[in-house]
Design a protein around this ligand. Sequence first.
Ligand code: NI
Length: 255
Amino acid sequence: MIFETHAHYDDEKFDIDRDELLQRLPEEGVGYVVNVGASLSSTKSSLELAELYNHIYAAVGVHPNETAELNEENFSWLSQIADKPKVVAIGEIGLDYYWKEPEPQVQKIWFERQMALAREKKLPMIIHSRDAAKDTLDMIKASDGGSIGGVIHCFSYGVEIAKEYLNMGFYLGIGGVVTFQNAKKLKEVVEYMPLDHMVLETDCPYLAPVPNRGKRNSSMNLKYVAAKIAELRKISEEEVIEATYQNAKRMYRVV
Ligand code: NI
Protein backbone atom coordinates (compact mmCIF):
# COMPACT_ATOMS: atom_id res chain seq x y z
CA MET A 1 0.00 0.00 0.00
CA ILE A 2 1.08 3.53 -0.79
CA PHE A 3 1.09 6.27 1.86
CA GLU A 4 0.57 9.67 0.23
CA THR A 5 2.17 12.13 2.67
CA HIS A 6 1.33 15.44 0.97
CA ALA A 7 -1.75 16.28 -1.10
CA HIS A 8 -4.04 19.28 -1.66
CA TYR A 9 -7.36 17.67 -2.62
CA ASP A 10 -9.22 20.77 -1.43
CA ASP A 11 -7.81 22.54 -4.53
CA GLU A 12 -10.44 23.72 -7.01
CA LYS A 13 -8.88 21.55 -9.71
CA PHE A 14 -10.57 18.61 -7.96
CA ASP A 15 -14.02 20.24 -7.74
CA ILE A 16 -15.34 18.27 -10.70
CA ASP A 17 -14.57 14.74 -9.41
CA ARG A 18 -13.19 15.00 -5.86
CA ASP A 19 -15.50 12.53 -4.16
CA GLU A 20 -15.23 9.88 -6.85
CA LEU A 21 -11.43 10.18 -6.92
CA LEU A 22 -10.99 10.04 -3.14
CA GLN A 23 -13.32 7.03 -2.78
CA ARG A 24 -11.34 5.14 -5.40
CA LEU A 25 -7.86 5.66 -3.88
CA PRO A 26 -7.83 2.58 -1.59
CA GLU A 27 -8.79 0.32 -4.54
CA GLU A 28 -5.93 1.90 -6.48
CA GLY A 29 -3.46 0.93 -3.77
CA VAL A 30 -3.30 4.25 -1.90
CA GLY A 31 -3.98 3.36 1.73
CA TYR A 32 -3.58 6.74 3.42
CA VAL A 33 -3.52 10.39 2.39
CA VAL A 34 -2.50 13.42 4.41
CA ASN A 35 -4.22 16.52 3.06
CA VAL A 36 -2.05 19.51 3.89
CA GLY A 37 -3.24 22.97 4.85
CA ALA A 38 -1.54 25.88 3.10
CA SER A 39 -3.74 28.74 4.34
CA LEU A 40 -6.45 29.16 6.97
CA SER A 41 -9.20 28.26 4.51
CA SER A 42 -7.40 25.20 3.09
CA THR A 43 -6.65 24.08 6.64
CA LYS A 44 -10.38 24.16 7.29
CA SER A 45 -11.07 22.21 4.08
CA SER A 46 -8.38 19.67 4.99
CA LEU A 47 -10.13 19.02 8.29
CA GLU A 48 -13.47 18.60 6.52
CA LEU A 49 -11.97 16.02 4.14
CA ALA A 50 -10.40 14.15 7.05
CA GLU A 51 -13.76 14.02 8.78
CA LEU A 52 -15.47 12.67 5.65
CA TYR A 53 -13.04 9.89 4.70
CA ASN A 54 -11.48 7.21 6.89
CA HIS A 55 -8.28 7.06 4.87
CA ILE A 56 -7.66 10.82 4.91
CA TYR A 57 -5.80 12.71 7.65
CA ALA A 58 -5.12 16.44 7.94
CA ALA A 59 -2.17 18.74 8.52
CA VAL A 60 -2.95 22.22 9.78
CA GLY A 61 -0.78 25.24 9.06
CA VAL A 62 -0.10 28.26 6.90
CA HIS A 63 2.33 28.22 3.96
CA PRO A 64 5.07 30.91 4.14
CA ASN A 65 3.61 32.88 1.21
CA GLU A 66 0.23 33.06 2.97
CA THR A 67 1.47 34.19 6.37
CA ALA A 68 0.31 37.80 5.86
CA GLU A 69 -3.17 36.55 6.79
CA LEU A 70 -2.09 35.45 10.27
CA ASN A 71 -2.81 37.39 13.45
CA GLU A 72 -3.15 36.53 17.14
CA GLU A 73 -6.84 35.76 16.82
CA ASN A 74 -6.68 33.30 13.93
CA PHE A 75 -3.46 31.80 15.28
CA SER A 76 -5.31 30.85 18.42
CA TRP A 77 -7.98 29.18 16.22
CA LEU A 78 -5.16 27.23 14.49
CA SER A 79 -3.89 26.17 17.89
CA GLN A 80 -7.35 24.93 18.95
CA ILE A 81 -8.05 22.89 15.83
CA ALA A 82 -4.61 21.26 16.03
CA ASP A 83 -6.12 19.18 18.87
CA LYS A 84 -8.68 17.50 16.59
CA PRO A 85 -8.21 13.73 16.45
CA LYS A 86 -7.39 13.40 12.75
CA VAL A 87 -4.75 16.12 12.74
CA VAL A 88 -1.35 14.43 12.32
CA ALA A 89 1.02 17.34 11.62
CA ILE A 90 1.60 21.10 11.56
CA GLY A 91 2.13 22.20 7.96
CA GLU A 92 2.96 23.27 5.56
CA ILE A 93 5.20 25.84 7.22
CA GLY A 94 8.59 27.33 6.39
CA LEU A 95 10.24 29.91 4.15
CA ASP A 96 9.79 30.65 0.45
CA TYR A 97 12.10 33.27 -1.09
CA TYR A 98 11.21 32.36 -4.66
CA TRP A 99 8.10 34.36 -3.94
CA LYS A 100 9.24 37.00 -1.43
CA GLU A 101 5.68 37.55 -0.39
CA PRO A 102 5.28 38.58 2.35
CA GLU A 103 8.78 39.87 3.13
CA PRO A 104 11.19 37.32 4.71
CA GLN A 105 10.96 38.99 8.11
CA VAL A 106 7.21 38.28 8.28
CA GLN A 107 7.63 34.71 7.01
CA LYS A 108 10.23 34.10 9.71
CA ILE A 109 8.00 35.32 12.54
CA TRP A 110 5.21 32.91 11.64
CA PHE A 111 7.55 30.03 10.85
CA GLU A 112 8.94 30.33 14.36
CA ARG A 113 5.46 30.55 15.90
CA GLN A 114 4.24 27.50 13.97
CA MET A 115 7.34 25.50 14.96
CA ALA A 116 6.56 26.37 18.58
CA LEU A 117 2.98 25.23 17.99
CA ALA A 118 4.20 21.86 16.67
CA ARG A 119 6.34 21.46 19.78
CA GLU A 120 3.46 22.36 22.08
CA LYS A 121 1.05 19.96 20.36
CA LYS A 122 3.70 17.21 20.02
CA LEU A 123 3.04 16.98 16.27
CA PRO A 124 5.61 16.55 13.48
CA MET A 125 6.19 19.44 11.06
CA ILE A 126 5.79 19.56 7.28
CA ILE A 127 8.49 21.97 6.14
CA HIS A 128 8.26 23.96 2.89
CA SER A 129 11.60 25.53 1.91
CA ARG A 130 12.20 27.09 -1.47
CA ASP A 131 15.25 29.20 -2.38
CA ALA A 132 15.78 29.62 1.37
CA ALA A 133 18.14 26.76 2.26
CA LYS A 134 20.33 28.62 4.73
CA ASP A 135 17.66 30.53 6.63
CA THR A 136 15.41 27.46 6.92
CA LEU A 137 18.22 25.32 8.26
CA ASP A 138 19.42 28.04 10.66
CA MET A 139 15.93 28.57 12.05
CA ILE A 140 15.23 24.87 12.48
CA LYS A 141 18.54 24.40 14.28
CA ALA A 142 17.93 27.46 16.49
CA SER A 143 14.55 25.99 17.51
CA ASP A 144 16.00 22.51 18.03
CA GLY A 145 13.60 21.35 15.32
CA GLY A 146 15.17 17.89 15.30
CA SER A 147 13.47 17.19 18.63
CA ILE A 148 10.09 18.02 17.03
CA GLY A 149 10.76 16.12 13.79
CA GLY A 150 8.83 15.81 10.58
CA VAL A 151 9.43 16.00 6.85
CA ILE A 152 11.21 18.33 4.46
CA HIS A 153 8.51 18.36 1.82
CA CYS A 154 9.35 18.30 -1.92
CA PHE A 155 13.03 18.18 -1.05
CA SER A 156 14.84 20.30 -3.64
CA TYR A 157 18.35 20.86 -2.31
CA GLY A 158 21.52 18.78 -2.73
CA VAL A 159 23.22 16.01 -0.76
CA GLU A 160 24.98 18.43 1.64
CA ILE A 161 21.72 19.95 2.89
CA ALA A 162 20.06 16.51 2.89
CA LYS A 163 22.77 15.30 5.30
CA GLU A 164 22.03 18.14 7.71
CA TYR A 165 18.33 17.25 7.91
CA LEU A 166 18.90 13.50 8.04
CA ASN A 167 21.34 14.01 10.93
CA MET A 168 18.56 15.79 12.83
CA GLY A 169 16.23 12.85 12.15
CA PHE A 170 14.02 14.49 9.53
CA TYR A 171 12.35 12.56 6.72
CA LEU A 172 12.66 13.78 3.12
CA GLY A 173 9.56 13.93 0.90
CA ILE A 174 10.16 12.66 -2.65
CA GLY A 175 7.66 13.33 -5.44
CA GLY A 176 7.19 13.72 -9.18
CA VAL A 177 10.30 15.86 -9.70
CA VAL A 178 12.51 12.75 -9.33
CA THR A 179 11.15 11.50 -12.67
CA PHE A 180 12.14 14.69 -14.52
CA GLN A 181 15.10 14.47 -16.87
CA ASN A 182 16.89 17.51 -15.38
CA ALA A 183 16.51 16.53 -11.70
CA LYS A 184 20.15 15.53 -11.27
CA LYS A 185 20.59 16.85 -7.72
CA LEU A 186 17.45 15.14 -6.44
CA LYS A 187 18.41 11.82 -8.04
CA GLU A 188 21.76 11.99 -6.20
CA VAL A 189 19.90 12.58 -2.92
CA VAL A 190 17.58 9.62 -3.59
CA GLU A 191 20.56 7.35 -4.26
CA TYR A 192 22.46 8.59 -1.23
CA MET A 193 19.88 8.81 1.57
CA PRO A 194 18.80 5.91 3.81
CA LEU A 195 15.53 4.34 2.68
CA ASP A 196 14.15 4.46 6.23
CA HIS A 197 13.88 8.27 6.08
CA MET A 198 12.18 8.60 2.72
CA VAL A 199 8.45 9.25 2.21
CA LEU A 200 6.35 9.55 -0.97
CA GLU A 201 4.33 12.66 -1.79
CA THR A 202 2.61 14.25 -4.77
CA ASP A 203 1.89 17.88 -3.76
CA CYS A 204 -1.08 17.31 -6.08
CA PRO A 205 -2.61 18.89 -8.11
CA TYR A 206 0.94 20.04 -8.94
CA LEU A 207 4.15 18.29 -10.03
CA ALA A 208 2.80 15.23 -11.84
CA PRO A 209 5.55 12.72 -12.64
CA VAL A 210 6.53 11.50 -16.10
CA PRO A 211 4.62 10.10 -18.05
CA ASN A 212 1.87 12.48 -16.87
CA ARG A 213 4.02 15.58 -16.47
CA GLY A 214 2.04 18.79 -16.93
CA LYS A 215 -1.33 17.15 -16.25
CA ARG A 216 -3.30 17.34 -13.03
CA ASN A 217 -1.51 15.19 -10.47
CA SER A 218 -3.10 12.71 -8.04
CA SER A 219 -1.92 10.06 -5.57
CA MET A 220 -2.47 7.39 -8.24
CA ASN A 221 0.69 8.69 -9.95
CA LEU A 222 2.86 7.78 -6.96
CA LYS A 223 3.52 4.38 -8.54
CA TYR A 224 5.67 6.18 -11.15
CA VAL A 225 7.61 7.94 -8.40
CA ALA A 226 8.15 4.61 -6.59
CA ALA A 227 9.30 2.98 -9.84
CA LYS A 228 11.89 5.72 -10.47
CA ILE A 229 13.22 5.50 -6.90
CA ALA A 230 13.44 1.69 -7.26
CA GLU A 231 15.39 2.07 -10.49
CA LEU A 232 17.83 4.58 -8.93
CA ARG A 233 18.42 2.44 -5.84
CA LYS A 234 18.39 -0.88 -7.72
CA ILE A 235 15.69 -2.41 -5.54
CA SER A 236 12.11 -3.48 -6.25
CA GLU A 237 9.18 -1.10 -6.50
CA GLU A 238 7.39 -3.13 -3.80
CA GLU A 239 10.29 -2.55 -1.43
CA VAL A 240 10.09 1.23 -1.98
CA ILE A 241 6.33 1.25 -1.44
CA GLU A 242 6.47 -0.89 1.72
CA ALA A 243 9.37 1.04 3.30
CA THR A 244 7.91 4.48 2.60
CA TYR A 245 4.51 3.31 3.90
CA GLN A 246 6.05 2.20 7.22
CA ASN A 247 8.13 5.41 7.41
CA ALA A 248 5.08 7.63 6.92
CA LYS A 249 3.07 5.74 9.55
CA ARG A 250 5.92 6.15 12.00
CA MET A 251 6.43 9.84 11.17
CA TYR A 252 2.74 10.82 11.38
CA ARG A 253 2.05 8.30 14.16
CA VAL A 254 -0.86 6.78 12.26
CA VAL A 255 -1.71 3.30 13.51
NI1 NI B 1 2.10 21.51 -0.71
